[in-house]
Design a protein. Structure first.
Ligand code: HEC
Length: 135
């Protein structure tokens, strides 16, 4: 995989933070959270997001799910977080894995039973990355 333009994103994020005084919308950018979110999105083992989605900032992306380009403009952060935590809320038959809770899952290996794939912090970090793309 080609090296992704993290520097470019962070430069953009820093610019966004600097310009925050003129931008009334949204809280200040948390660059550390954005960076952790990027790492989680990139992790094919832990999340697999880029196996199914085209995500801005990543050279390669899958097409089983919709592109996440412009996702921040499509709704508020808490709704985005809910969709990632449990996509079954909107589509009970979705193929997207459940990341934010361990309810109703089948065939889970004993070592992982009762645990969500992502922690609350992990969900926040992924949302931070996706919301920062809009700045
Ligand atoms: C197995 C494939 C798959 C994986 C892995 C996956 N998704 Fe999805 N995702 C989908 C599909 C398919 C949809 C379309 C919604 C549906 O199924 O109803 C979707 C929908 C979404 C949406 C809503 C998009 C919109 O346009 O409204 C978001 C946001 C999203 N996924 C984020 C993620 C994130 C973040 C991860 C990793 C933590 C991830 N997805 C992992 C398949 C996947």
């Amino acid at each position: 995989m080609r090296a992704a333009p993290l520097g470019a994103l962070l430069a953009l994020a820093c610019w966004g933070a600097g310009a925050a005084a003129q931008q009334p919308a949204g809280p200040a950018l948390d660059v550390a959270s954005i960076e952790r979110g990027r790492a989680l999105l990139a992790n094919r083992h832990e999340t697999g997001c880029v196996l199914c989605h085209v995500v801005p900032g990543f050279a390669a992306g899958g097409e089983l799910g919709p592109s996440l380009a412009g996702i921040a403009q499509r709704g508020p952060a808490d709704q985005l977080r809910q969709r990632i935590a449990d996509a079954r809320l909107l589509n009970p038959h979705t193929i997207m894995p459940v990341y934010g809770n361990a309810k109703g899952l089948q065939s889970v290996a004993p070592a992982y039973q009762g645990q969500p794939v992502l922690s609350a912090q992990g969900l926040d970090d992924i949302v931070a990355y996706l919301m920062a793309l809009a700045r």
